[in-house]
Design a protein around this ligand. Structure first.
Ligand code: F6P
Length: 539
């Protein structure tokens, strides 16, 4: 197959040469059906990729490349629960968390669908008890505030979804998120909370992550100060794949909700890690979120590559990164409630595919994950969009836009939509200095047409949906999950481990030991030694 990859890559490379000068606007001008040709729909999402620098021939080779990398077999292996996370010898089955009830999945002879349903039933009990006020704190008061203590995948997904679905909040409890070990994070939340009315969720798959463990201890001490004698049991729930560690911490066994090795942290919001979401919006809305993801799973599993949204999104990303030379891409939602989407996708894509060794233990042949960044439209138009319009780099953009927002006051949504479409159009069309010549500008001394011109031809995707609902959100996130998987398949890397984060964790532990001992180890470089010495002197 390597011969086929090489041939297809060579074809794409020579094909890409023509696209350095080819303008997408000309393609629209010459083909009235271009938008239709390059738009697909699934699970309530409309994906218009017509503003990319590509044509049918490009897509054909890209899809052949995906096929040549064994996408069909790898997808089947993932859905069948094979241990495709090879470096950790684990299955990758986040799809099992949202599978339809009539579709049962087994792993190692065990019916994992039954386990998933049992955890959802326990989540439902907790949600109902908290929402109806029968879950009481140490002095009999009802719980009014829930604090999620978790980081990375145990934080970003629940935070994103709780914010995205804020119009669906049931209102019985306020949700708070503490992730950072910077004490300022937890302190600012605790300052406004009443211990007897506060429930902490310790969310950690490993139950060893130092940031989360320290925040949990700080929360425990804060509660202990308020009630030195009473049981703290009603104030802690744990979600973890290592229940014995949670009970050793002191969480009551029936308040430890399991997750499993076959769910990666960054794919875990569909598991009990999603409890904060369910507490905020109720179990019915949480089920709708799962159903939206399931609809995208089904589409991904069954649709032809040429109609398959995750495959198209992934392969267009590979085209931009590996053949047109984009080093990054921006995700820009025109929906305030999706404000945490870029950060969530940064973990999803960059922790999954920021890799340099293939599954065959060889160095990768091309760049892997591009740098993902972004922010909210319209805000970022007044910040970094200047670089997209007139900077020197190719930066593809994913524009994400709901067609309707029932919560928006009159006039706002029209303006939001106009801005989103205008930016995508301006990035593609640009404008030449010649078209500006002859216009009256205030400063005659400067060649303003040159300064006002934009090259255009920046590629962009447009993802439209009717309005932001739990179902749409589920479909949108599953789309990016599967996109990430497809890209990992083509780059021949393992998208499901994250060994790169280990070194920093180990060095932090060494430094922490030295801080505790008040000594600077001479094994450090001069810069680290000097900074640590300054800290110890100031401490
Ligand atoms: O350090 C990276 C990481 O392992 C992420 O993959 C994960 O989402 C995060 O830390 C938190 O891990 P845990 O849920 O085990 O606390």
């Amino acid at each position: 197959m390597t011969g086929t990859h090489d041939r297809l890559r060579a074809e794409l490379t020579s094909h890409a040469a023509a696209w350095r000068t080819q303008r997408t606007t000309d393609l629209f001008a010459n083909d009235a059906t271009r938008q239709l040709k390059f738009t697909r729909e699934a699970a309530g999402l409309v994906f218009d990729y017509s503003k990319n620098r590509l044509d049918e021939a490009t897509l054909k080779i890209l899809l052949e490349l995906a096929e040549a990398h064994g996408l069909r077999q790898r997808l089947t292996a993932m859905f069948a629960g094979e241990p495709i996370n090879r470096t950790e010898q684990r299955a990758v089955l986040h799809i099992a968390l949202r599978a339809r009830r009539d579709h049962s999945l087994t792993l190692g002879g065990e019916n994992i669908s039954l386990q998933v349903e049992a955890v959802k039933a326990r989540m439902r009990q907790i949600v109902e008890a908290v929402q109806e006020g029968s879950w009481l704190g140490f002095d009999g008061q009802r719980i009014t505030n829930v604090v999620n203590l978790g980081i990375g995948g145990s934080h970003l997904g629940p935070l994103l979804a709780c914010t995205a679905l804020r119009e669906d909040h049931q209102g019985q409890v306020n949700l708070h998120f503490v992730s950072n070990v910077d004490g300022g994070d937890i302190a600012q939340h605790l300052a406004h909370l009443v211990p007897a009315q506060t429930l902490f969720i310790i969310a950690s798959k490993s139950f060893t992550t130092p940031e989360t463990m320290l925040n949990a201890r700080t929360a425990e001490q804060w509660l202990r100060k308020a009630c030195p004698s009473a049981s703290l049991a009603p104030h802690f729930i744990a979600i973890t794949a290592r229940p014995e560690r949670a009970t050793a911490f002191g969480v009551a066994a029936d308040q430890v909700l399991p997750m499993w090795d076959w769910v990666g942290g960054r794919f875990s919001l569909w598991s009990a890690i999603g409890l904060p979401i369910a507490l905020a919006v109720g179990m019915t809305h949480f089920e709708h979120l799962l159903a939206g993801a399931e609809e995208m799973d089904h589409h991904f599993h069954t649709a032809e590559w040429a109609d398959n949204l995750p495959v198209l999104l992934a392969m267009i990303g590979i085209w931009n990164t590996n053949f047109l030379g984009a080093e990054s891409f921006a995700v820009v939602p025109y929906e305030e409630r999706l404000q945490h989407l870029p950060a969530y996708l940064q973990q999803l894509e960059m922790e999954s595919n920021g890799k340099r060794v293939t599954l065959n233990n060889e160095a990768v042949a091309s760049h892997t994950a591009p740098i993902l960044w972004g922010g909210l439209g319209t805000n970022v138009q007044h910040a970094f969009f200047q670089l997209l319009h007139q900077g020197t780099r190719l930066v593809p953009v994913d524009f994400i836009l709901p067609l309707h927002n029932p919560h928006s006051p009159p006039g706002h949504h029209d303006m939001l939509v106009a801005n989103c479409l205008a930016q995508a159009e301006a990035l593609m069309t640009g404008r030449t200095a010649t078209s500006l010549e002859g216009q009256a500008f205030e400063d005659d001394d400067i060649d303003l047409p040159l300064h006002r011109a934009s090259p255009g031809n920046q590629p962009s995707n447009l993802l439209l949906f009717d309005r932001l609902t739990p179902h749409t959100l589920g479909a949108l996130l599953a789309l990016y999950e599967h996109k990430t998987f497809v890209q990992g398949v083509v780059w021949e890397i393992n998208s499901f481990d994250q060994w790169g984060v280990e070194l920093g964790k180990e060095l932090a532990q060494t430094l922490l030991d030295e801080i505790a001992a008040g000594e600077v180890g001479d094994h450090h470089d001069g810069s680290t030694r000097a900074a640590l010495a300054r800290y110890l002197a100031r401490r």
